[in-house]
Design a protein around this ligand. Sequence first.
Ligand SMILES: Cc1cc2nc3c(=O)[nH]c(=O)nc-3n(C[C@H](O)[C@H](O)[C@H](O)COP(=O)(O)OP(=O)(O)OC[C@H]3O[C@@H](n4cnc5c(N)ncnc54)[C@H](O)[C@@H]3O)c2cc1C
Length: 379
Amino acid sequence: MQLELTEQQKMIRNMVREFAEKEIAPIAAELDKKEEYPTKTLEKMAALGLLGIIIPTEYGGAGLDTVAYATVIEEISRKCASTGVITSVHNSLAAWPIIKYGTDAQKKKYLPLLAKGERIGAFAGTEPNAGSDLAAMKTTAELKGNHYIMNGSKTFITSGPKAGIVIVFAVTNKAAGTKGLSAFIVENTFKGYKVGSIFEKLGIRASQTSELIFENMEVPKDNLLGKEGDGFKIALSTLDGGRIGIACQAVGIAQAALDESISYAKQREQFGQPIAKFQAIQWMIANMATRIEAARLLVYNAAYAKDKGERISKHAAMAKLFASETAMDAVIDALQIHGGYGYTKEYTVERLFRDAKITEIYEGTSEVQRMVIASSLLG
Ligand SMILES: Cc1cc2nc3c(=O)[nH]c(=O)nc-3n(C[C@H](O)[C@H](O)[C@H](O)COP(=O)(O)OP(=O)(O)OC[C@H]3O[C@@H](n4cnc5c(N)ncnc54)[C@H](O)[C@@H]3O)c2cc1C
């Protein structure tokens, strides 16, 4: 088993770390406050190839492996979790299913647009009554001539108001249950496509999360992804990879909490000495660092398994479950180390505290991750 990054992976991580320090960190708090989408940052990231990290070079992407991708999402999220999730969804929930299941024509048409950042990618599975139970979705797509006519609505869609290419799941055969769901590549310019309400959120406020509404939307027959009835399989396999991205986001948030805690503990003095001299503070920092290292190794393990072409459901669920719980533990301790100052918007830990929680919820809650892990063990 490989426990060390390759020279290329280290080079990418260092390049993104430098970029995030220079371009993302200075504006992260402001974007969070204003709930402003990081459009300019995404343009800069596109120029560096970060919006096409996993897209093959023949379609204009960087063609990197999942481990390199993991380092990119961690380093971006370490400075801005909103930019982290936008990048993760764009790469692993929008580009990946096209890479894996798309026809040559679909790949040629859509992957270069995603790789160059000319269109932002999104994934629309969740509906008001279909969250953890995705198969309960009600959106329908009915084939009429050369088009599917899609009706329904999706909710909580990351990048919803900004996305140009959305992987949408809909029922094409109600009687067939999960085998009656299909996946489609939808463009925001299709007639009948509408962005609904944009949610005001606790954290990742710059990522813009919205409803999407489809009213007699005409989706060309050629935009069916995979075969009719493949939708559930496509959704689950895509989410397996997506969970690696969210686990990386969680590690990035946790690492930021540790960075902030170390620096604050060294400069804050009480009882005549830096609080870093108190064992109570040292133990919190030691626990944080240990859990983060373990979470990162679980992430690399899942990413490495994906690159080897193994089944990753269990690995990805374990990585996401542990990394997201690590992020929550880390931000709670980091805020405690900052005392009253951590409770104010003057300090980064306040934003980290709000950003961490979502990693235990989206792309499958922690309860769902435990279900995935248990079912892979118990059958
Ligand atoms: C900010 C944000 C961004 C998102 N981005 C996207 C996106 O881009 N695309 C997309 O499709 N979706 C997205 N989602 C939706 C997200 O994936 C869902 O919110 C999540 O899967 C949970 O679904 P739910 O909110 O309906 O909760 P529910 O499924 O209603 O769950 C409520 C509670 O019940 C628990 N529960 C449910 N079923 C079981 C069970 N069988 N056993 C034990 N406990 C159970 C859950 O774990 C949870 O604690 C996003 C959500 C948010 C908040």
